[in-house]
Design a protein around this ligand. Structure first.
Ligand SMILES: Cc1cc2nc3c(=O)[nH]c(=O)nc-3n(C[C@H](O)[C@H](O)[C@H](O)COP(=O)(O)OP(=O)(O)OC[C@H]3O[C@@H](n4cnc5c(N)ncnc54)[C@H](O)[C@@H]3O)c2cc1C
Length: 262
């Protein structure tokens, strides 16, 4: 179709948005969500606590023999691993740990199985592979032993009335704390949009939770506040699925064609 791919190019570093806007009639942003959400509890930064994406990317680099820093690889062979979170990223982490021959793998999730965001099939597969699920438990602290993480303190939760997002909220049960001993703890609490500094310079606006505002239902679908710039996928909707990102990309393409009167 004549599309030219320009790889290893970061907008804002290798090329400026001003250059793109000068050279093209329309620009589409599909930059995803890469800011890891944190748990806001003590010990999150201790050695032995890893961010999900760091763990998964380093594993892929190692297995695929991509250029890498050997220090980045996190080998969980023979380790007791606790993965915090219950989405697809958490499922990727628990199943990767199993493949790395971890000794024991736990998945700690603050709601019950029915309210878990991860795919049912992945959860079933993880169970088959020996992952132990600890539902209705919320992390409150990573245990620190001379500056190293040695486990996670969790509190039991019970689900209360639905919050503004329609999902029942987990509430801690006082006095139910226990410590799960672990050699490694992986944080998989999801991702949120991370707007670039230069968005505001070109008039691209974001909502309260930093997602780019590019509505579907308007004259030109997925157009941002800058008429030449369109956006879609996770950076607009929040972390979601590949199929929705593809759909929004196609809808935005229609919006661009209408805008350009093609
Ligand atoms: C660990 C994990 C597991 C997942 N599992 C599933 C799953 O099983 N099924 C499913 O449907 N979805 C899954 N998802 C979600 C899915 O990956 C996303 O919903 C989808 O990729 C979003 O597509 P996107 O095009 O919006 O963004 P992305 O696919 O994230 O693509 C954004 C791209 O923009 C690039 N970028 C960012 N900033 C710049 C810049 N300044 N200049 C140039 N390039 C830039 C990024 O490097 C990236 O390549 C998973 C996500 C994660 C993190």
């Amino acid at each position: 179709m004549g599309i030219e791919f320009q790889l290893n190019t970061e907008i804002g570093r290798d090329v400026t948005i001003d250059e793109l806007l000068a050279d093209y009639d329309a620009v589409f942003f599909g930059m995803g969500t890469y800011k890891a959400m944190v748990g806001d509890f003590a010990g999150e930064d201790l050695p032995g606590v890893h961010k999900a994406l760091d763990y998964l990317i380093a594993n892929v680099n190692e297995k695929m023999d991509y250029p890498r820093d050997p220090e980045e690889f996190i080998d969980l062979k023979d380790k007791t691993v606790v993965v915090l979170g219950g989405g697809d990223t958490a499922m990727d982490c628990v199943r990767t740990a199993v493949r790395q021959q971890a000794d024991r793998v736990y998945c700690v999730y603050r709601r019950d199985e029915e309210n878990m965001p991860g795919s049912r099939r992945e959860v079933a597969n993880a169970k088959e592979e020996g992952v132990q699920f600890l539902f209705n438990r919320q992390p409150v602290e990573v245990m620190d032993y001379f500056g190293e993480a040695i486990g996670v303190k969790v509190v039991e939760t019970q689900l209360s009335e639905p919050g503004p997002d329609g999902r029942r909220r987990p509430e801690p049960v006082p006095g139910s704390e226990v410590v799960i001993e672990a050699d490694a703890i992986i944080m998989a609490f999801g991702f949120q949009p991370d707007p670039a500094d230069w968005f505001s310079e070109v008039g691209v606006t974001c909502n309260d939770w930093d997602a780019v505002i590019a509505p579907e239902h308007q004259a030109f679908k997925f157009q941002t506040a800058n008429p030449k710039i369109f956006a879609g996928g996770d950076m607009v909707r929040g972390s979601d699925l590949v199929v929705t990102a593809i759909w929004e990309g196609r809808q935005a393409a229609e919006g661009i064609l209408d805008y350009l009167e093609v």
